[in-house]
Structures are given as structure tokens and as C-alpha cells.
Design a protein around this ligand. Structure first.
Ligand code: AMP
Ligand code: MG
Length: 416
């Protein structure tokens, strides 16, 4: 699957823009997820491998939108009230009946319209007088009637190949006649942490050690992306051991992720390990945080070495790995929705790189949404990442943001 055509972006070349890196994904990585047929009950969050075509009209037949009285509009007096005798009763699920001239039919929500009737009075709007009903004036022809196919016409494409299904989508598929769908197999993703200082969460910390926070975050996010996640633990800072472990695991997974060890320090062994056992597509992105990130392949398995700093790991997972996963899984790549809000802070930045700032959102007295930068701003500020609502995105060409400027934010929950 993920076979590189050539390596024009070798490791020595300069950092790439995020847009170039994402564009490169589509060129370099083929879809690798196979196809399986899945019952609708299990399809939420999965990726369609087929277009979904309506096999029937929705609704399938003309029916009443309310509980009330069906009439022929032509039987209504042009002015004032109309009194009609009630003949017949149609509940939901009943087979269609007709309507006699100058009569009303008692009808309930979802019941088929009697042949010839075109309008339904809500029961709240009428007065029942024995076997007759008194109908007010002014109701338009066709009121409270749902016409066959008005929501979806038979033969229409309701969902497209590559779409990630929501609960609403599976409801739509069911309504138009499907009970199972062809979906992409879940991607198998392996996650490692790297670093001699990194210890399991809950372990007693020896001096110099930290708890592994990246792995639990990455596993949680990858589950939200709909992948089958395999937590493979912590690797030591040893290039040979790293390389052999990654090479050994690669055939069992579609994608391997590591965090840590991708900078240029002597103790950063992930990049040399990938160069030894696989091939690098690029490393280093023009973003902050998240500049040191390596993307490549090991055999036919895609690989991304994320930065060790937790905020940088988060940003690169969301903005680089997420589109990679979409591509490998055959999903349509949809950039997360950015919302323009007012900046409640000033910020200076360097041109040429995209910056992601942790922000909280407030509504101002004049009703506008305003973003405030979280106080700690190092790449390692996990507490401020957790406290933030969103990431503000400052484009490559921006050098300064003034309070009152408009800035794009992406809410964390739109990223999942
Ligand atoms: P590195 O990229 O290996 O130089 O790591 C950068 C920073 O991230 C260092 O302070 C590491 O201790 C920290 N770090 C690396 N891996 C993890 C991890 N799994 N969880 C939390 N912090 C980490
Ligand atoms: Mg390290």
C-alpha cells in the first residue's frame, strides 16, 4: 500500500508548509483499508466504501404530518367556516382509503392520505360537533400533507463514498431502504512512546522521569477518529532497538505513530531509525508548535514520528495525522471548520510558519465571540491545552495580531 514513488523531499531539505505536507499525503499514500459489509447498527463513525442510493421515495407515500382531518381543498367554502361530515378514520400503518366528496376523514400523523384528499386540518384548529367537523377558513391547499419523495426522491444519492457516517446518516440509510452497507475496514494504528525518561502512568517516578501522557492522549484521539488502536508501550532512546522494533511491527499495521525523539539532538533517534528501516517522506514542518515531525514509510506501512512535547504532539496529530488517516482509510478529507472570532489578545509571530495558539472563548456583552490566549504558552503546556476550548490559527504570512482583529479558531471537539 503506502509505497513512495520517489523521495524528492529528502531529510536534508528545508521544512515544509503544512498545506504542502497534507497535499503530499494524497500523492504518496494510497487508500489501504479494504472493504467489508457491516450492519447499520455498527456503521456509526465508519467510512462508506459505496455511494448510498435511495431505493425508495422518502416518504414512500403521501401522508399526514399531523393528527386531524383530511379534506379535499375544493370542498372548502371560499369564505368563512366549512362544516363537513366526518366519514372514515385512517391511523398510521392503515392501508390507503378514499375520501367521499364533501366529507372529512379523521386522520393521524404518518397515516396515508386518502386518495383524493390534499389538505389536513390540525385537530387543535377545528371544532368537532357530533359527526361533523367545523373547519376554519384560510388553510392553504396541501397544508400538513407530506408528499411522497419530497424529502428524498427514489434513485437519489443520499450519501457519498468516502463519507464518515454519523447517527443521522445511518438513520437516512435505513429510511431509504438499506440495512447494511459496504464500509472501509478500520485502520490498524500502532502507537509507541519513546524516551528514556518516559514512564508508565501511575508508576513511581525515579529522578528525571516523567509520566507518559502522550500515549493515552493519542490512543484516545485515534479511537475518536474511528481507528483500531494498538498501544505498544514505550521504546528506549536507542536507534538500533527502535529501528528493529518498528520494522518488526510494521507488517501488522496500516500506520505506526511514535512520539518523541524526532528533533535534531543527539538523543533523538527516531529519524535515523526510520532512515535505517524505511524511508522518510519529510521531517520538519513550518508550524508552531510541532516543527519536528517525521513522516515516512516502513515497508508498506505509513509512519509518523510526532514531537515529544504534548501540545506539539496534539497539534501534529490533529493537522497532519488526521488527514493521513482519512487518506489511508479512503475517507474524504474535510478540513475542520474554522470559525472567525474576535481576538481578545495581542500576539507577535514570525512570518513563514503557521501558529496554533490555545484559546478560551467568551461571549462579550455585545454578543460577539472573543478568544483569549491561555496564559502558559510553551509547547509543553498540557494544562493550558486541557483548559482551552479551541486552537487559534495564525497563517504563515501573519506577523502580528492586535486585540480586536478577527482570528480563525477551531474548537477541539470539531477536530475529533
Ligand atoms: P523529545 O522530542 O524526545 O526531545 O521530547 C520533547 C519533550 O517532550 C521532552 O521534555 C520529553 O520529556 C517530552 N516527552 C516526550 N515523550 C513524552 C510523552 N510520551 N509524554 C509526555 N511528555 C513527553
Ligand atoms: Mg526524547
Amino acid at each position: 500500500m503506502a509505497r513512495l514513488i520517489d523521495d524528492c523531499l529528502a531529510s536534508g531539505s528545508s521544512a515544509m508548509t503544512l498545506d504542502d505536507a497534507v497535499a503530499l499525503i494524497a500523492v504518496r499514500f494510497p487508500i489501504c483499508a479494504g472493504i467489508e459489509t457491516v450492519a447499520l447498527q455498527d456503521a456509526d463513525g465508519r467510512i462508506l466504501a459505496q455511494d448510498v442510493i435511495a431505493g425508495i421515495n422518502l416518504p414512500p407515500f403521501d401522508n399526514s404530518a399531523v393528527d386531524g382531518y383530511a379534506v379535499r381543498h375544493a370542498d372548502l367554502a371560499p369564505e368563512g367556516e366549512t362544516v363537513l361530515p366526518v366519514r372514515g378514520r385512517i391511523a398510521a400503518g392503515a392501508t390507503e382509503a378514499g375520501i367521499a366528496a364533501a366529507c372529512a376523514v379523521r386522520i393521524f400523523t404518518g397515516a396515508p392520505m386518502p386518495a383524493g384528499a390534499d389538505t389536513v386540518f390540525m385537530q387543535e384548529d377545528v371544532v368537532v360537533d357530533g359527526a361533523q367537523v367545523v373547519l376554519p377558513s384560510g388553510l392553504k391547499r396541501g397544508a400538513n400533507r407530506r408528499v411522497a419523495g419530497e424529502d428524498v426522491a427514489c434513485g437519489a444519492r443520499v450519501l457519498a463514498d468516502g463519507h464518515r457516517l454519523t447517527p443521522q446518516d445511518v438513520a437516512l440509510a435505513a429510511a431509504v431502504g438499506h440495512h447494511r452497507l459496504d464500509l472501509r475496514r478500520r485502520l490498524r494504528v500502532a502507537v509507541f512512546s519513546t524516551g528514556d525518561e518516559v514512564a508508565e502512568p501511575g508508576a513511581a517516578l525515579r529522578p528525571g522521569a516523567i509520566h507518559d501522557s502522550n500515549r493515552v492522549m493519542l490512543v484516545a484521539l485515534l479511537r475518536r477518529f474511528g481507528t483500531e488502536v494498538h498501544d505498544l508501550g514505550i521504546l528506549r532512546d536507542d536507534a538500533a532497538q527502535l529501528g528493529s522494533r518498528l520494522a518488526e511491527c510494521a507488517p501488522s499495521y496500516d500506520l505506526i505513530l511514535t512520539s518523541g525523539g524526532v528533533s535534531v539532538g543527539e538523543e533523538d533517534h527516531v529519524r535515523p531509525a526510520i532512515e535505517a528501516v524505511g524511508r522518510l517522506v519529510f521531517w520538519r514542518l513550518r508550524i508552531k508548535p510541532g516543527r519536528p515531525v517525521a513522516m515516512g514509510v516502513i515497508g508498506d506501512t505509513a509512519f509518523v514520528g510526532l514531537p515529544g512535547n504534548p501540545v506539539a504532539a496534539y497539534v501534529t496529530l490533529m493537522f497532519l495525522v488526521r488527514p493521513l488517516i482519512a487518506r489511508l482509510a479512503g475517507a474524504t478529507v474535510r478540513p475542520p471548520l474554522a470559525i472567525p472570532v474576535r481576538a481578545g489578545f495581542t500576539h507577535a509571530k514570525r512570518a513563514g510558519r503557521r501558529e496554533f495558539l490555545r484559546v478560551v472563548l467568551h461571549r462579550t456583552p455585545d454578543g460577539a465571540l472573543e478568544a483569549h490566549k491561555c496564559s502558559t504558552h510553551g509547547a509543553a503546556g498540557l494544562a493550558s491545552l486541557a483548559a482551552s476550548d479551541a486552537l487559534a490559527i495564525l497563517a504563515e504570512d501573519v506577523t502580528a495580531l492586535q486585540a480586536g482583529d478577527i482570528v480563525d479558531v477551531i474548537f477541539h471537539d470539531r477536530l475529533g
